[in-house]
Design a protein around this ligand. Structure first.
Ligand SMILES: [Zn+2]
Length: 510
């Protein structure tokens, strides 16, 4: 083995240690959200804090710096496109961002998070925004300080968006959101202007074990691998991985609301297939480690990740063809409950457009308006253009403008999301970016004849293999913008998404 190989091996060994710790943190997080008794919460918080700071020390420590320096000089004459050089540049870049955020700020944010979460839950319960203002004010001030520490060229929001979606900026978002708003508002009006579909049958009694069996059977057919995965129950569904070889998904089933459980399951299975599809040689490498967020993940960004979940949930799972093909199967699980329902009625019922106050219950058409509202508010907060105490009024004004709804109270308004209490500012836009990207990828995939034929016949293997080959296998070695360009031949575009939604409304009201 040459000197070059040895120094690169040292670097990989250092990254592998960080990845191992972060995979264990993920396992602890999975346990906390599925199995852990309530009494475990304080100890678990300490365990996660200790391991996360260990990972941070390893990532920013001398051994890592020496390993990167040695391997970089050993590989200086290697070709510019050598994957090892890319790994070194990526690690150094992410470590640099992590270093810029003062440890004291991270510690204060983490400490405040516990108190802020309690304050938020109480405020939401009591519809008392005023009581939540002091702690939220401090939490948002910390995020502004973090933004300043990371640095930005144009807008303080940019530094925070970049944590979740490297390369994305507020000004790019403004353009995308402007186009999207202009298209969505009239589409929603159009969908609402016709008689609304039947939904009475969705609230009948559907035993949860059967819902789960159907949902999981379909997820397996899509390509989620149960040899390297499993499904558990939770309150807020999520996916999490401990390397590509163990990728967990969760869902929440309700006996008297049929669609919630399996659509959430397919969403999480979409995330899960991404993680399971990362190239085996990237296991425990920088291409399966997000150093900035100190998070073990194989996906290129939060937005690209979301594109995979939305693709399976919405582009495939909410399509008319899907229910023409699979409604008989659903009916075989629930012959009595669905005796008087047709495939077409079922498809319409799970695509009903209905402006509502709550983001997580929003349909595909109104969902992005909830996100745009939040992103605009976050940008204004980070720029210091709006005060925390004025948020309820601003929220109400935007809900009126975008969705035509009068917010009755703060519990159904500004207090509905947990994100800000945890210090997450800048992650909301990745949900809409994921929606936009899902259509861009799907439009490209559908042009491949055997993928299109598979979608027509319920064979999802060709689509899943194409996603594996073009997106998943790259792990974090391909940046979001590179991925879009390489796979679809163009940068991020809203047109395919707007086209999908336009087509959907047209067929819903036909
Ligand atoms: Zn998701």
């Amino acid at each position: 083995m040459s000197y070059t190989d040895l120094s690169y091996t040292d670097f990989q060994a250092e990254i592998a240690k960080v990845n191992d710790i972060l995979c264990v943190v993920n396992l602890l997080a999975w346990d906390a959200r599925t199995m852990m008794p309530p009494g475990g919460v304080d100890s678990r918080g300490q365990q996660v804090a200790t391991l996360t700071s260990l990972a941070r020390e390893l990532a920013t420590g001398d051994a890592m710096r020496r390993a990167i320096d040695a391997a970089s000089s050993a590989l200086a004459s290697a070709p510019a496109d050598d994957i090892r050089r890319r790994a070194l540049v990526q690690a150094a870049g992410e470590i640099d961002i992590l270093r810029r955020i003062p440890a004291a700020l991270i510690a204060e944010s983490a400490e405040l998070k516990t108190r802020a979460h309690v304050a938020w839950a109480e405020a939401r319960q009591a519809n008392d925004f005023a009581g939540y203002v002091p702690v939220l004010d401090r939490m948002l001030a910390i995020q502004r300080e973090i933004s300043g520490a990371i640095g930005y060229a144009e807008h303080p929001y940019d530094a925070l968006i970049g944590i979740y979606e490297p390369g994305m900026t507020r000004s790019q978002l403004q353009t995308l959101f402007g186009t999207l708003k202009a298209a969505l508002v009239p589409l929603i009006e159009k969908a609402r202007s016709v008689p609304q579909p039947r939904t009475d049958f969705l609230t009948r009694n559907y035993p949860v074990d059967r819902q789960k069996a159907f949902g999981l059977a379909m997820a397996e057919r899509m390509g989620y691998d149960l040899q390297r995965g499993r499904l558990d129950d939770t309150v807020h569904p999520f996916e999490i991985s401990f390397t590509r070889n163990d990728v967990r998904i969760t869902s929440r089933f309700r006996e008297t609301w049929l669609p919630a459980g399996f659509f959430a399951l397919w969403h999480e299975a979409g995330h899960g297939m991404y993680e399971q599809g990362v190239a085996p040689e990237f296991t425990r490498s920088i291409f399966a480690t997000d150093i900035v967020n100190l998070y073990a993940v194989g996906g290129a960004s939060f937005g690209i990740h979301e594109s995979q979940s939305r693709l399976w949930e919405n582009r495939v799972g909410r399509s008319r063809k899907f229910w023409e093909l699979h409604f008989p199967e659903l009916k075989s699980y629930f012959p009595e409950q669905l005796a008087d329902v047709s495939a077409l009625e079922f498809w319409r019922s799970v695509n009903q457009v209905r402006p509502d106050f709550i983001r997580v219950e929003a349909d595909e058409l109104t969902y992005d308006l909830h996100i745009i509202l939040r992103a605009e508010i976050e940008a204004a907060l980070m720029a210091g253009e709006v005060k925390v105490k004025d948020l309820p009024a601003l929220w109400a004004e935007k809900m009126q403008t975008y969705l035509g709804l009068t917010v009755p109270n703060d519990t159904l308004g500004v207090l509905q999301d947990v994100h800000w209490s945890h210090g997450y500012v800048g992650s909301f836009p990745t949900y809409t970016l994921g929606n936009i990207m899902s259509s861009q990828f799907f439009a490209t995939a559908r042009k491949v004849p055997h993928i299109a034929a598979g979608l027509e016949s319920g064979n999802y293997q060709p689509l899943k293999t194409w996603l594996n080959d073009n997106i998943h296998s790259y792990g974090r070695s391909s940046k979001p913008s590179e991925t879009l360009q390489r796979v679809t031949g163009s940068p991020l575009r809203t047109e395919p998404y707007i086209q999908d939604l336009t087509d959907k409304v047209a067929s819903l009201i036909a």
